[in-house]
Design a protein around this ligand. Sequence first.
Ligand code: CUA
Length: 339
Amino acid sequence: MHDKKSHNSRRLALLLSALFLLLLLSGCGVLEDSPSTLTPQGPGAERIAFLWWLLFGLGTAVYGIVILVLLVALFRTRTSEHSRWRQYGKYLLFFGGIGLPLAVLPVVYGFTLNTMSQLNRTAEADELVIEVIGHQWWWEVRYPQYDIVTANELHIPVNRPVQLRLTSADVIHSFWVPELHGKKDLIPGQINEFWIEANAAGVYRGLCAEFCGIQHAKMLFVVVAEADETFASWLANQQLPALPPETELAQAGYEIFMETGCAECHVIAGTPADGDLGPNLTHFAGRLTVGAGIAPNNRGYLAGWIANPHGLKPGNLMPASDLSGPELQALLAYMETLQ
Ligand code: CUA
């Protein structure tokens, strides 16, 4: 009876250890192609990653000690039961129950407080400010110092902290670029100050990290960090109104845009389109994604998006269109002029 019991607990212990290892390894597989806090590319994310590894190291050490003690308890022999182990057991209780937490918890607490204070920074007066407004389910992006409005894509100069002012037009969202910084909520009626900085030029994926409705998982964006000159020319281009269409096809597309309802929800600066319900499309063709980060911005996905936005993102506010094939081609040709 006793033997069977201890046999079972040994099995259980081995099973638990195997499960733990499996969990750990499955986590490693995810790192490859998703943006991870463990591949930090900015000073904020670096501090968070350091804290993560510290907590992970401490957690693993404590787990290792517990498993070791468990194995000793499981595999001890009966003859030694009444002598040595009993004696150690008493110290073990003091060490494990009082000593270990007393040593580990202040370290965790101290490093956490320290990281939190490092992540708080006061903005300099001349810093770039970007306002991000959450919508179900896309991101409005404004550069108030330059009078620029765009969507679902933030451009920032590399190696410079950028001030963010976050708010929401409807429900609570959360702004998260795992490789650059932690998360910050976007709350209706309130402005949350935040900042990001990238160490290297590149495209960093961002996401909404607070459940905000049916398409929360498809509320994505990108941060494009670029060298100063590239960023300056991006800023200059964004400040320009859209160019008038040059080809006949694009002109036809322009008319479709203005007459079939697109213009009631979208702004294209320099045209009569002034709806403010959806993303500003003035320089849409220059953006990397369609549908708030869910697909690459190319003709195929854009056509799919315009024809049936609910196929890609069910429940979003944009109505499906009933354009004919040639009309859709014309509209696409016009959209491609919005550089
Ligand atoms: Cu917005 Cu989740």
